[in-house]
Design a protein around this ligand. Structure first.
Ligand code: FAQ
Length: 343
C-alpha cells in the first residue's frame, strides 16, 4: 500500500490494492495517474516492466558507486594526519557502506537479488560512477572528494528524495543527511589546508584542479545524449535533467571556492547576467565515455580490489547465513514446544 494512501485519488485506489479486476490497461492507467498525482509507487503496486528495470539499473549503479567509492578514500585512512582526521574519515567510509546497503535493499524490493547485482558489477555488466576511477594522490584529495564529489552527489540526490518509487525516495532522505555532513567535512578540511602553509595551500589547489572536471561528469552525459532522461523524468524517477543539475552545482560551487580561497580550473567560468547562471567551459566528453568503457586511470584497480574483497568476505557471508539459519531453527523449536505446552 502506498504511503500516500491518505490522498489517493479514486482512479489510483484499485492500483494500490490487490484488486485484479482492474485489468492490465486499467492498472497502467492507474499507475500513470498515481505518478501524475505525485503518489509513491510501492513494491507491491503494479508497475510497468520498463519502470521496474529502469529503477533496478539506476539503484544498482548507485549502490555500486557507494561501495566502490569507499576505495579511494579508504586509501588514506592509515595516512590521515591526525587521530581526529582518521576517526572522521573512518566514519565517512563506513557511512558509504551503509548507503550501499540501503540501496541494495531498495533494489531487492523490485525483485533483484543482491548476489545477481554484485555479480553484474564484478563482471562489468553494470556500471558505477565514473568519478571513482580517478586516483587519490594526496591527503587534499580527501577534502576535494568531500567538497566536490559529495557536493555533486547531494545536488543529484536531493531531488531523488521525491522520486516516484517509495523505497528509493526514503533511502535518499537518510543518505542526503549523511552526505551533507560529508560535504562539510571536505570543505572544512580544504579550508584548513588553504589557510595553512603555502605548500598546503598548493596541495589543496592541485586537488581541486584534478577533481573539478570529473565532478561535473558525475551528472551524466549532456541532455541531448542522455538516453534515459526523458523517460525517467516522465516517470518522476529523475526530477531534473543532467544539465540542469550540473548547472545548479556549478552555481553553488563558485562562491564556495571563493570562500575557500581556491580557484576553479576553468578560464571560461563567468557569471551570465542574462541567464542568471554561470557559464562554464566545455567538458571533455571523450574522457567521460572512455572512463565508462573501462579505460580510466583506476578502473581495473577498483574492480580487482572489489572482486578480491568479495571473495575474501565469502566466509563472513557463510557464517552469517549459518548463524541466521541456526537462530531460525531455534525459534521454530521454541515456538513448537511452547505451542505444544499451551495445547
Ligand atoms: N558514471 O541516459 P543517462 C556518490 C551512464 S554516489 C557512470 O543520462 P541516467 C556518493 C548511465 O548509467 C554517485 N555511468 O543515464 C559517494 C547510462 O548507462 P546504462 C552515484 C554514467 O541513468 C561520495 C548512460 O551513461 N550517484 O558519489 C554516469 O538517466 C563519495 C547514459 O546516461 C548515482 O548513481 C556516470 N557519471 O542518468 C560515495 C545517483 N552518468 O545504464 C563515496 C543516481 C551516466 O544505460 C564517496 N543516478 N552514466 O548502461 C542518477 O541520478 C542517474 O543514473 C545519472 C545518469 C544522473 C547518474
Amino acid at each position: 500500500m502506498a504511503t500516500a494512501a491518505a490522498h489517493q485519488t479514486d482512479s489510483t485506489a484499485a492500483f494500490h490494492s490487490d484488486d485484479a479486476s482492474a485489468g492490465a490497461d486499467g492498472f497502467e492507467r492507474a499507475f500513470d495517474a498515481a505518478v501524475a498525482a505525485d503518489e509513491r509507487i510501492e513494491p507491491r503496486d503494479w508497475m510497468p516492466d520498463a519502470y521496474r528495470s529502469t529503477l533496478i539499473r539506476q539503484i544498482a549503479q548507485h549502490a555500486h558507486s557507494e561501495i566502490i567509492g569507499m576505495q579511494p578514500e579508504a586509501n588514506w585512512i592509515t595516512r590521515a594526519p591526525s587521530l581526529r582526521r582518521k576517526a572522521i574519515l573512518m566514519a565517512k567510509v563506513q557511512d558509504e557502506a551503509g548507503h550501499g546497503l540501503y540501496l541494495y535493499s531498495a533494489a531487492e524490493t523490485l525483485g533483484a537479488s543482491r548476489e545477481e547485482l554484485l555479480d553484474k558489477l564484478h563482471s562489468g555488466r553494470q556500471k558505477y560512477s565514473s568519478i571513482f576511477n580517478y586516483p587519490t594522490l594526496t591527503w587534499a584529495d580527501v577534502g576535494a572528494i568531500g567538497w566536490l564529489v559529495d557536493g555533486a552527489a547531494i545536488t543529484n540526490q536531493v531531488p531523488l528524495c521525491r522520486c516516484s518509487y517509495g523505497p528509493y525516495a526514503r533511502a535518499m532522505v537518510r543518505v542526503c543527511k549523511e552526505e551533507s555532513f560529508h560535504q562539510r567535512q571536505g570543505y572544512e578540511l580544504l579550508l584548513a589546508l588553504s589557510r595553512g602553509t603555502p605548500e598546503q595551500h598548493a596541495m589543496a589547489q592541485d586537488a581541486v584542479d584534478r577533481w573539478w572536471w570529473p565532478s561535473l561528469m558525475m551528472f551524466g552525459p549532456p541532455d541531448d545524449e542522455s538516453q534515459h532522461s526523458a523517460q525517467s523524468m516522465a516517470w518522476k524517477i529523475k526530477r531534473h535533467s543532467n544539465d540542469e543539475l550540473r548547472q545548479r552545482f556549478v552555481d553553488i560551487c563558485v562562491p564556495q571556492a571563493e570562500s575557500l580561497g581556491l580557484t576553479l580550473p576553468d578560464p571560461d567560468l563567468t557569471w551570465n547576467e542574462e541567464r542568471g547562471h554561470h557559464d562554464f567551459g566545455a567538458i571533455d566528453w571523450t574522457e567521460f565515455w572512455d572512463v565508462l568503457k573501462g579505460n580510466g586511470p583506476c578502473n581495473e584497480q577498483r574492480l580487482t580490489q572489489r572482486r578480491r574483497a568479495h571473495e575474501e568476505g565469502a566466509w563472513v557471508r557463510e557464517a552469517a547465513a549459518a548463524h541466521a539459519a541456526k537462530r531460525a531453527a531455534r525459534t521454530a523449536r521454541t515456538t513448537e514446544t511452547t505451542g505444544a505446552t499451551q495445547a
